[in-house]
Design a protein around this ligand. Structure first.
Ligand SMILES: Nc1ncnc2c1ncn2[C@@H]1O[C@H](COP(=O)(O)OP(=O)(O)O)[C@@H](O)[C@H]1O
Ligand SMILES: CC(=O)N[C@@H](CCC(=O)OP(=O)(O)O)C(=O)O
Length: 260
């Protein structure tokens, strides 16, 4: 039986709040065994872009990333945010190692082709994107890799890549080597039947129920790409996929995805 590997993706709402981030990282430090962290930071990046006079542009949950936007999100995700998460884990005794996709060629992406929309410097991942050998070596030494949303194309170009997609791709790529648990952690208690009612957490969702809830508009906005990535991971052999509150990872309330 292969070892359990837990991958935690943490989103913008929590990352931008120092107290909440600290609480999440303290809880994460108590999770035993090999683990990895993927962080977003989209909300903070949009604020920083606005402060610098650049209007953020999102289409279907993805940021249109021109050259100026790429410079700023690289500084924000791969710099400030990544190092803050790493320092927070070190504070709690976790030997964390911050990585962009370019470091150790750990995640190689390709620039999204221009179709109806030109997303600019946005990276898409495929089944060959993840350097699984390097990750197994790092995990084997007891390090906890911490990924930001910046990848590269192997030709010197950095690319901005949705953090939920990175988490799902890492989980899928590592599924042949570990029993992978993928945790999408954010500010709600799970997938809600009514987004205005925190107590309406749906404990389990099948792909069929997801399609129905999406068609009724119950699941919308950033939750759609998150669940698309989550179900793709489950279908590709990831053992367990969970949507939960970043501040309640040790509590039973959460949404667990089911294969059928
Ligand atoms: N049914 C739902 N349950 C929970 N959240 C939902 C639902 N429908 C829409 N949302 C919205 O989706 C958001 C999560 O997506 P997003 O902001 O992209 O997350 P993250 O920053 O963690 O990647 C929630 O904060 C919520 O406002
Ligand atoms: C291409 C693209 O959309 N990249 C995302 C990367 C950050 C992210 O995914 O942040 P959250 O997880 O906090 O939403 C962006 O720049 O917003």
């Amino acid at each position: 039986m292969s070892e359990v590997l837990k991958i935690f993706k943490i989103g913008g709402g929590i990352i931008d709040d120092a107290a909440q981030l600290g609480q999440f990282l303290a809880a994460l430090a108590r999770v035993p065994g090999p683990k990895m962290v993927v962080h977003g930071g989209g909300k903070g990046a949009s604020q920083m872009l606005q402060d610098l006079g650049i209007a953020p542009q999102m289409v279907q949950g993805r940021r249109i990333t021109d050259a100026a936007t790429l410079d700023i999100v690289t500084m924000f995700y791969a710099g400030k945010t990544n190092k803050q998460v790493v320092a927070g884990l070190q504070q709690h005794g976790v030997d964390a190692l911050g990585l962009s996709g370019a470091d150790g060629n750990v995640i190689r992406a390709s620039k999204r082709p221009v179709k109806e929309i030109d997303y600019g410097f946005v990276g898409d991942l495929d089944e060959h994107s993840v350097n699984t050998g390097l990750l197994q070596t790092l995990l084997g030494t007891g390090l906890t890799p911490v990924f930001c949303a910046i990848t590269h194309d192997g030709h010197g170009q950095l690319l901005n890549t949705n953090a939920d997609t990175i988490a799902s791709s890492l989980a899928r790529a590592l599924a042949p080597f570990y029993q992978v648990e993928l945790h999408f952690c954010f500010e709600k208690d799970g997938v809600l039947a009514d987004v205005t009612d925190e107590t309406s957490v749906i404990p389990q969702i099948t792909p069929g129920q997801y399609q129905e809830l999406k068609a009724r508009g119950v699941i919308a906005a950033g939750m759609v790409p998150k669940l698309d990535n989550a179900f793709a991971a489950l279908e590709a052999g990831v053992e367990r996929v969970v949507i939960e509150n970043a501040l309640k990872i040790n509590e039973p309330v959460k949404t667990i995805l089911c294969r059928n």
